[in-house]
Write a protein that binds this ligand. Sequence first.
Ligand code: SF4
Ligand code: F3S
Length: 111
Amino acid sequence: TFVVTENCIKCKYTDCVEVCPVDCFHEGPNFLVIDPDECIDCTLCEPECPAEAIFSEDDVPKEHQKYLGINAELAKSWPVITESKEPPADADQWDRIKNGEVEDKLPHLEK
Ligand code: SF4
Ligand code: F3S
């Protein structure tokens, strides 16, 4: 399965959802998750994320291993999202790829 990790929090660009052939992205207030029971490992979403937040479960960086459980848990209650939308106005400011100074975002995850 593929996994959405920390850098999606407060960035939520949603480019990823358009390419998923099996609609396994679920949307929360400021983060998206992948339902591990639905993902067919097609790999299409990974390069779509400008925040580089999506990894194959085998490649999730050690410090982000907790996101495997977070994706599985939150996918159960959050609704499916299949169409991209405008990111938050301050998304770029919270994007680790664009801004090296970003603090740990997990405390900002809204459920
Ligand atoms: Fe969807 Fe494919 Fe990404 Fe899995 S790897 S979440 S099936 S786009
Ligand atoms: Fe998040 Fe990247 Fe998708 S920021 S919403 S995983 S495109």
